[in-house]
Design a protein around this ligand. Structure first.
Ligand code: 5RP
Length: 226
């Protein structure tokens, strides 16, 4: 395991330590969340945790959870006790950019219902301002996507439709993703409002005011941010 992977795993284990038996747990998506799901499976196997139920934020995470023995249920209106997920960018106030893994809609739908959203990441995800390192993923309907992109480009020029191989990337919900370049200066809440009011947009990877804390692993240890 590379040093960076070891850091991601360390952050994940710190977050999983917050999970208690009997809880309903939002299962994130991505290479860091994977370590959390595996650890939940291990703790269920050893009996250190009992009776937890996972609500997965992607088909891939649901599959992994089942593989490692974490029971999975669909999202329903009941609150989740806790959700653990990675992020692509973490601002000092814990606002996030998420969705480079393509799961932003299910992540937001799930995590908005969590009493606690715990973010796990390595130190490369820390930024002073969102948009510094990563584009902002925006999930858009397939139907009329070129028109939607034109509307988005009026205020977010420079983005691109996400591709995989020779084809367009398709989310678990059957939508496309436009990866937008964020401007140098912007008000995240105002930008979120403007993007979401654009016809054809399903949701954005801006997760504002949602995370309770983040475990961020660096070579000199895991930092806990609140
Ligand atoms: C998926 C996500 C992931 O949480 C995000 O991309 C971080 O992934 P990784 O832990 O692999 O860096 O938002 O939609």
């Amino acid at each position: 395991m590379s040093d960076l992977e070891a850091l991601k795993k360390e952050a994940a284990l710190r977050a999983v330590a917050l999970v208690q038996s009997g809880q309903r747990v939002g299962l994130g998506t991505g290479s860091t969340a994977k370590y959390a799901i595996e650890e939940l499976g291990r703790l269920l196997q050893t009996g250190e945790l009992q009776g937890i139920v996972g609500v997965a934020t992607s088909k891939a995470s649901a599959e992994l959870a089942r593989e490692v023995g974490v029971p999975v249920e669909d999202l329903d209106p009941r609150p989740l006790d806790i959700a653990i997920d990675g992020a692509d960018e973490i601002a000092p106030n814990l606002d996030l950019v998420k969705g480079l893994g393509g799961a932003l809609l299910r992540e937001k739908l799930t995590e908005v219902q969590a009493r606690r959203l715990i973010i796990i990441a390595d130190h490369t995800k820390l930024v002073k301002q969102l948009g510094e390192k990563a584009p902002l993923p925006i999930e858009i309907a397939q139907f009329g996507f070129l028109s939607t992109i034109e509307r988005l480009r009026e205020f977010l020029p420079g983005g691109r439709l996400r591709m995989v191989g020779a084809g367009n990337f398709v989310t678990d919900n059957g939508n496309y993703i436009y990866d937008a370049q964020l401007p140098e200066q912007f008000d995240p809440a105002e930008l979120e409002r403007r993007i979401k009011s654009t016809l054809g947009v399903v949701d954005t990877g801006l997760f504002l005011g949602m995370a309770e804390r983040a475990f961020v692993a660096a070579p000199d240890g895991v930092q806990e941010l609140e």
